[in-house]
Design a protein around this ligand. Structure first.
Ligand code: AMP
Ligand code: ZN
Length: 478
């Protein structure tokens, strides 16, 4: 069978299209990542898992070294500031913000790993790309696409949506619709109610950077912080170039976030497109209802993995992954205990006989199914067929390709340690625990020990007889 053509649904054209990378030697994908102020919920896990599958497919089709996947960390945002002030009232705001963003970003990385996701090639942070944002804002000012105005909370640099002839192509909203839309408040300092913030002035106690801008030949300095949309234009440009292949995220991001990213990047760099293909995952709800804190059905990835909050038990990351992928990524998904139980049963069946099987090449039919706009149900049907017909090396290779490769299932879903992968994870956790103990952060060291115990790892603490340094050795409890 020859390699199938990859076809992807493109929100920009509302059609499934053949995928043709700009440069097959470097296929470039950007996905909007989390704003790191709180634990990621299971809805946030959907783009993480869906685009991981696409990343794995692209690597399979074009070669592991021929794909660049960038997923950002938004670590400057007013929600973060509010959380930092609430949780660390005794600390200076910038230190408190660092505490919140570090802790949350690390939790997100460990959640993504538990869900079987590969690390993106680059995970840039907004706060490390401020100079790039300022440079793009200056390009927009120079070309008449932005202006400085005085808003309610200080000066702002705003994007002038009226300066872009075809603003609104992604969301198919034109400026008249937006003016009629009740959600955009008419603010007197804006030329158009749809104009959005590129940069806004910070109060002395808020996080801020020196913003040096030039408008109409005059220098303007605004100690401030970036708007949300400019972050992604800057980070995608830095790591993927002025135009790239795929841009992804949840469908709530189509407007205004992605529309405004497109406006900024196209107007600053002068291209007809920012990314060729725009992909959006559908929304997740829980047991038939919108997930919300007030309904009490809000569930974080971490709670599913490590507590008994959902369905009265913990769920392995692989079960969450399969449950997420069973529904086509563009459809809404209903997250239910029943669907997790079914996913678990399926994994048990598939992995029952795989322990000592050496994997071969993944099934061509699985690749073909994924190549049809990630038709995961078709891939699952093929996995069932491979399992029934005893084509176990192909089954195992296909499961590995799909990211079900971290833990091997023995009977009763007991996680077995696969030596090559997990030894590295254990070693890094053991190191992190030693660091926590040295810092006298006992809560964190206990948390890591519990995590290791849950993985079946027994720790033995001791002291080096010569140096007196703390040493920890470990073994797998069988
Ligand atoms: P946020 O941190 O809210 O910007 O969200 C991070 C990512 O998760 C974005 O791609 C969102 O579109 C996505 N997302 C948020 N909530 C849900 C949900 N309930 N279902 C699916 N995706 C979601
Ligand atoms: Zn973004």
């Amino acid at each position: 069978m020859s390699t199938p053509t990859l076809r992807l649904y493109n929100t920009l054209t509302r059609a499934k299209e053949d995928f043709r990378p700009i440069d097959p030697a470097n296929v470039r994908m950007y996905v909007c990542g989390p704003t790191v102020y709180d634990f990621a919920h299971i809805g946030n896990a959907r783009p993480v898992i869906v685009f991981d599958v696409l990343y794995r497919l692209l690597r399979h089709l074009y070669g592991n070294d021929c794909v660049t996947y960038v997923r950002n960390i938004t670590d400057v945002d007013d929600k973060i500031n509010a959380r930092a002030a609430r949780d660390f009232p005794g600390l200076p705001l910038n230190d408190a913000i660092r505490q919140v963003t570090e802790k949350t970003a690390n939790q997100f990385f460990s959640d993504a790993k538990a869900l079987g996701c590969l690390e993106p090639d680059v995970q840039p942070r907004a706060t490390e790309n401020i100079a790039q944002m300022i440079a793009i804002i200056n390009q927009l000012l120079a070309k008449g696409h932005a202006y400085v105005a005085s808003g309610n909370e200080g000066r702002e640099v705003l994007f002038a949506v009226g300066s872009m002839k075809d603003y609104g192509q992604l969301s198919k909203r034109n400026l008249e619709d937006q003016q009629a839309g009740a959600r955009i408040s008419v603010e007197a300092h804006k030329r158009n109610p749809g104009d959005f913030v590129l940069w806004k002035e910070s109060a002395p106690d808020e996080p801020g950077w020196a913003g040096a801008f030039v408008e109409g030949g005059a220098s303007v300095s605004i100690h401030g912080r970036p708007g949300w949309h400019i972050e992604c234009s800057a980070m995608s440009n830095r790591y993927l170039g002025e135009t790239f292949d795929i841009h992804g995220g949840g469908l709530d991001l189509i407007f205004p976030h992605h529309e405004n990213e497109i406006a900024q990047s196209r107007c600053a760099f002068g291209h007809d497109v920012m990314a060729n293909v725009w992909m959006h995952n559908g929304f997740l709800q829980v047991e038939g209802e919108k997930m919300s804190k007030s309904l009490g059905n809000f569930v974080t990835i971490n709670e599913l993995l490590e507590t008994e909050k959902f369905g009265g038990r913990k769920w392995p990351g692989e079960v969450l992954r399969l449950a997420m992928l069973k529904t086509h990524y563009r459809q809404p998904i209903d997250w239910t205990v029943k669907s997790l139980e079914e996913a678990e049963k399926t994994l048990e069946d598939w992995f029952a006989g795989l322990k000592d099987v050496v994997s071969s090449a993944p099934s061509e039919s699985v690749i073909a199914a994924l190549s049809d706009d990630i038709n995961f149900s078709m891939a699952i049907a093929e996995l069932h067929r491979l399992s029934r017909s005893g084509e176990l090396p192909t089954l195992k290779a296909s499961l590995e390709l799909l990211g079900f490769d971290k833990h091997l299932y023995a009977s009763g879903l007991k996680k077995e340690l696969s030596a090559n992968y997990d030894a590295a994870v254990v070693a890094s956790l053991v190191d992190a625990r030693i660091a926590a103990r040295k810092a006298k952060n006992w809560a964190e060291s206990d948390r890591i020990r519990d995590e290791l115990v849950a993985m079946g790892i027994q720790l033995m603490d001791g002291k080096d007889p010569v140096t007196g340094e703390l040493v920890t050795t470990w073994e797998v409890k069988r």
